[in-house]
Design a protein around this ligand. Structure first.
Ligand SMILES: O=C(O)C(=O)C[C@H](O)[C@H](O)CO
Ligand SMILES: [Mg+2]
Length: 402
C-alpha cells in the first residue's frame, strides 16, 4: 500500500482552517487538521514544501515509522509549526488505518472506556450579571461544566469576552487588535463572579476559569487561593508555563485544581509539570501535540500521576481535531473533560461529521475512521482571510501576554 498524493486545503468558513488530505493507491483517503490560529500559512508551507514530497510512495500503514521520520528526521524538532504538520499527517494516517480496518478510531486505540464525553462550554458577559446569565443559559442547554469569563470594569476587551454571551471568537481582525489588561482590577473582580455563580446556581455545575497566561506566579497563587471557596473544576493557564517552577509557588498556596497545556507541543513541555505533580489536568490536544500517536504518550505519562486529560477544543481547531479528540476521549482511561466551543453552521457544513451533542456530552460516531470529512467544493467557496488573535497591553502601553 502506498501514499500516491497529498494536498493541503485552506478554507475560511467563518475562520481559517488548514486540512491535509492523504490519498492512497487503494482509494482510501485520510484527513488531518493542521490549523494554527493566526499563523496558518506557516504550516501550509511546511507541509507543502517539506512534508508532502517525502510522503509520496510511503506505506501509510507505518504510522509510527512515519511519525519518527518526520520528528527525528527533520533534525529541527518540536515547535508549533512542526508538530502541527506532524499531527496532520498522523491523524490522516490513523483515519486511513481505521477505515481499512472498518472500525471507528476509538476501537483501534483500545476500545471504549466510557459512553459520553463530558464537555465544557464557554459562557461570557461584559460584567458579572451578564456572565451569570450566560452560565444559566448553558445550564439550561444541559451542560454539566461551564467556563465563565467576565469583562472587568476598566479593562478594555478582557480575555474571553465578546461576540454574544454564548460565543467567543478572538481572531477577529486582519491585523491584531489591541486589548487591555490590569491584574489588580481582575483580582478584585473575578472572585466576585464565582461567589455570585455559587450563590445563584449552587455547587452542582462544574465551573472553570481561564487565566490565559496573564498573572505572575504570586498573583496566580493569590487568585487560586481566593477562588478556593468556590471549588473550581480547574483554573487554566493562570501563569505562563515557560518557567514551570512558577507552578510550585501556586501549589504551595492553594488546592484549586490547575490545568495547562493548550500551547504545549510535546511530552517534553509537559514532563516536569506532570512528574512534579504541579498540575491536575493536561490540556494538550491532537493538532498541537503531534497527533494521536504523541498525545497518547502524554496521556499515559499523566496517568501515572493521576493527572487527567482536558483537551483544548476552541473553534480554531477544526472539526477534524474535534472528531479525532472525541475518539481519543472515548478511549483514554484518564479522561477528564473536553472543551467544546461550537463551530458555525458554515464550518460544520464544510466538515461533515458524525459526532453529536446531547445533554452536556459529546458522542463520537461509529463510522470507520475518525468520522470527519471535508467537502472540497464547498471549502473552495471560502478563501483564506487574514485573521489574527489580539495582543494585550497594560494601561501604560507595556506589552503583556495575550
Ligand atoms: O480555549 C481556550 O482555552 C483558549 O484559551 C483559546 C485560545 O485563546 C485560542 O485557541 C487561541 O487560538
Ligand atoms: Mg485556554
Amino acid at each position: 500500500m502506498k501514499i500516491i498524493s497529498a494536498k493541503v486545503i485552506v478554507t475560511c468558513p467563518g475562520r481559517n482552517f488548514v486540512t491535509l488530505k492523504i490519498m492512497t493507491d487503494q482509494g482510501v483517503y485520510g484527513i488531518g487538521d493542521a490549523t494554527m490560529n493566526g499563523r496558518e500559512k506557516a504550516v501550509v508551507a511546511y507541509l507543502e514544501d517539506h512534508v508532502v514530497p517525502c510522503l509520496i510512495g510511503m506505506d501509510p500503514r507505518r504510522i509510527e515509522d512515519i511519525w519518527q521520520y518526520l520528528y527525528r528526521g527533520a533534525y529541527w524538532r518540536r515547535g508549533p509549526v512542526t508538530m502541527r504538520a506532524i499531527a496532520a499527517v498522523d491523524v490522516a494516517l490513523w483515519d486511513i488505518k481505521a477505515k481499512m480496518a472498518n472500525m471507528p478510531l476509538y476501537q483501534l486505540l483500545g476500545g471504549r472506556s466510557r459512553d459520553g464525553i463530558m464537555v465544557y462550554g464557554h459562557a461570557n458577559g461584559s460584567d458579572i450579571a451578564e456572565t451569570v446569565d450566560a452560565v444559566g443559559q448553558y445550564i439550561d442547554l444541559g451542560y454539566k461544566a461551564i467556563r465563565a469569563q467576565t469583562g472587568v470594569p476598566g479593562i478594555k476587551d478582557a480575555y474571553g469576552v465578546g461576540r454574544g454571551k454564548l460565543f467567543y471568537e478572538p481572531a477577529d481582525a486582519a491585523l491584531p487588535s489591541v486589548t487591555g489588561w490590569d491584574t489588580r482590577k481582575a483580582l478584585n473582580y473575578i472572585p466576585k463572579l464565582f461567589e455570585t455563580l455559587r450563590d445563584t446556581y449552587g455547587f452542582g455545575p462544574r465551573l472553570l476559569h481561564d487565566g490565559h497566561h496573564r498573572y505572575t506566579p504570586q498573583e496566580a497563587a493569590n487568585l487560586a487561593k481566593m477562588l478556593e471557596p468556590y471549588q473550581l473544576f480547574w483554573l487554566e493557564d493562570v501563569t505562563p508555563a515557560e518557567n514551570q517552577e512558577a507552578f510550585k509557588l501556586i501549589r504551595q498556596h492553594s488546592v484549586t485544581p490547575l490545568a495547562v497545556g493548550e500551547i504545549f507541543n510535546t511530552i517534553w513541555d509537559a514532563k516536569d509539570l506532570i512528574q512534579n505533580q504541579l498540575i491536575d489536568y493536561i490540556r494538550c490536544t491532537i493538532v498541537s501535540a503531534g497527533g494521536v500517536t504523541h498525545l497518547r504518550r502524554i496521556a499515559d505519562l499523566a496517568a501515572l500521576y493521576q493527572i487527567r486529560t482536558g483537551s483544548h477544543g476552541a473553534t480554531d481547531l477544526s472539526p477534524v481535531t474535534m472528531g479525532t479528540a472525541l475518539h481519543f476521549d472515548t478511549w483514554v482511561p484518564n479522561f477528564g473533560i473536553q472543551e467544546y466551543m461550537r463551530h458555525t453552521e458554515e464550518t460544520d457544513a464544510v466538515f461533515p461529521h458524525d459526532y453529536r451533542f446531547d445533554k452536556g456530552e459529546l458522542f463520537c460516531g461509529e463510522a470507520s475512521g475518525h468520522g470527519v470529512d471535508i467537502d472540497e467544493a464547498l471549502a473552495a467557496k471560502y478563501p483564506y482571510k487574514p485573521a489574527y488573535l489580539p495582543v494585550a497591553r497594560l494601561e501604560d502601553g507595556t506589552m503583556w501576554n495575550w
